[in-house]
Design a protein around this ligand. Structure first.
Ligand code: UN1
Length: 505
């Protein structure tokens, strides 16, 4: 404690340690800048090296712990999260700003992921298959990769770290986790849980600090075998090249510009509910946020007026207050960026229907608040229709035919999530088939993916990997094909196969 402020340490080889730099950085509440959540280690390469060395040493043992047993420890951790759900959610709201209902959901996502992945420990299936040669056996099995560097974002400070850490551990890897500097407390809590449930020392290591001084050396470390990152496409591009020289496996989960398509026959109230939640939930700070609403011409005016009156009445404020519906932007820079996009949208000729201003006065001055914002008559080439803003700003775009809507959706450089609202099964299936995204929803918003299905996107959203679902195991393991020849003689595949089948002996 320094002046009553708690100083949080790194976790390396099972010990809570201070950084070699001797420096710390502040974690402040974005809803109330005067609220100092804690001081965290402002680490550098020396701390990364120590954490990687610990993870490398622990790997020798951990990879040999049977997968069902690794799964049991993850289950224990999930149950520990469940037991502490409320305090973990409060910590997350305090450091990140989103409302309590959402941080409870964030922690719940971690619990769900743990329960799901723990079961995979007893289902760690490979395949057996006949060899093309007699008295020879063939199978495939998963093997771990080694030390995994996990670089996690601030918008889902608990869920996304669990998406990465749980499957990495289940597959037999050890990890070094670097949380976003805005939200180190949630990951600190998760790592504390690892120690409490008995995950052996060195298996999970935690180093806080900047992308430059911690993230970059982690990506470039020759003993790190995999980097899994969630964040912006710009940082993802940098990480991809930092990992390229030694062909490190890189799993990137990046931006989105997700569209909701509202057809003439949609249940409009349902679509309005979905758009409101999709666009302004998490203050629009989700990679899955609905940032474009494509509305068919006949219902355009009605949808727009109903949505904007609902947006106007959203209660914005400190997420720790249960009556609040939308929290602040994560920091001053994000708020500035959001407000810049208001100017950009207006200059491009879009019609500002509601919002657009910073909220000031009273408790608003303590944090980074802005009004939920809707632009109408947006044209697909406009920047507000193409660029990921990561704020509470929705672009509403009119269209005439489904074909046109699908075309607009697919013009995006991103491909994470898309939703269609319609009562027509043919329209729903056509859109599902033709939209090129990793997630697709019918009559539900673009947010709200569940843990037992693969999560990820196409194009600039990702690089082909999927988190969650059984598919996430492919990210954190390598396949090994095994052949066992018990014929006692040399059998040559592809060559000695001609005379094997003699019908009738
Ligand atoms: C993210 O925005 O980075 O589907 C993840 C959702 C959440 C996860 C979002 N379950 O919106």
């Amino acid at each position: 404690m320094a002046n009553g402020t708690k100083v949080y340490k790194n976790y390396i080889n099972g010990e809570w340690t201070t950084s070699a730099t001797g420096k710390t950085f502040e974690n402040r509440n974005p809803a109330d800048k005067s609220d100092l959540v804690g001081l965290f280690q402002d680490s550098d390469e020396r701390d990364v090296n120590a954490a990687v060395a610990a993870a490398k040493a622990a790997y020798g043992h951990w990879r040999l712990v049977p997968a069902p047993k690794r799964g049991e420890l993850i289950l224990k951790l999930a149950l520990w999260l469940k037991e502490h759900k409320e305090e973990l959610a409060r910590d997350a709201t305090r450091e990140m700003g989103k409302i309590l209902a959402e941080t409870r959901g964030d922690v719940q996502e971690g619990i769900d992921m743990g329960i799901f992945i723990a079961g995979e420990g007893r289902r760690f299936y490979g395949e057996t298959t006949p060899s093309e040669l007699p008295n020879k056996f063939a199978m495939s099995l998963r093997q771990p990769i080694g030390v995994c560097g996990l670089i996690t974002p601030w918008n889902f400070p608990m869920a996304i770290p669990t998406w990465k850490m749980f499957p990495a551990l289940l597959c037999g890897n050890t990890v070094v986790i670097k949380p976003a500097t805005f939200t180190p407390l949630s990951v600190y809590n998760l790592v504390k849980g690892c120690g409490i449930v008995g995950i052996p020392k060195g298996v999970v290591n935690f180093v806080t600090g900047s992308g430059k001084r911690v993230g970059e050396p982690l990506c470039k470390h020759s003993d790190v075998n995999l980097i899994s990152f969630t964040g912006s496409s710009a940082v993802g591009r940098f990480i991809n090249s930092a990992c390229a020289p030694d062909f490190k496996r890189v799993c990137l989960e990046m931006g989105g510009k997700n569209a909701m398509i509202v057809m003439d026959d949609a249940k409009l109230e349902l679509a309005v509910d979905g758009a409101l939640w999709g666009a302004f939930g998490t203050t629009g700070q989700r990679c899955t946020a609905t940032s474009r609403c494509l509305v068919q011409r006949k219902v355009y005016d009605e949808f727009l007026s109903s949505l904007s009156s609902r947006a106007r009445s959203l209660r914005v404020g400190n997420g720790l207050d249960e009556s609040i519906e939308m929290g602040p932007a994560i920091d001053a820079e994000q708020l500035k960026k959001d407000l810049e996009y208001i100017t950009i949208g207006q200059e491009e000729g879009a019609r500002l229907v509601t919002g657009g201003k910073r909220l000031t006065g009273g408790h608003y001055d303590k944090g980074f608040f802005m009004e939920p914002t809707i632009f109408a008559d947006v044209k697909p080439p406009m920047r507000i229709a193409r660029e990921e803003i990561f704020g509470p700003i929705l672009s509403v775009i009119p269209f005439d035919t489904l074909e046109e809507a699908v075309d607009i959706v697919n013009q995006s450089e991103y491909g994470l999530s898309c939703a269609v609202y319609t009562q027509d099964v043919n329209t729903a299936f056509t859109a599902m088939r033709d939209v090129y995204t990793g997630l697709f929803y019918v009559n539900a918003p673009t947010i709200g993916a569940e843990n037992h299905l693969p999560f990820g996107g196409t194009k600039a959203t990702g690089n082909g990997h999927r988190e969650a679902g059984v598919q996430c195991l492919d990210m954190f393991s390598e396949w090994k094909a095994v052949y066992v020849d018990f014929s006692g003689s040399l059998q040559r595949a592809q060559i000695d196969t001609d005379n094997i089948v003699k019908v009738g002996g």
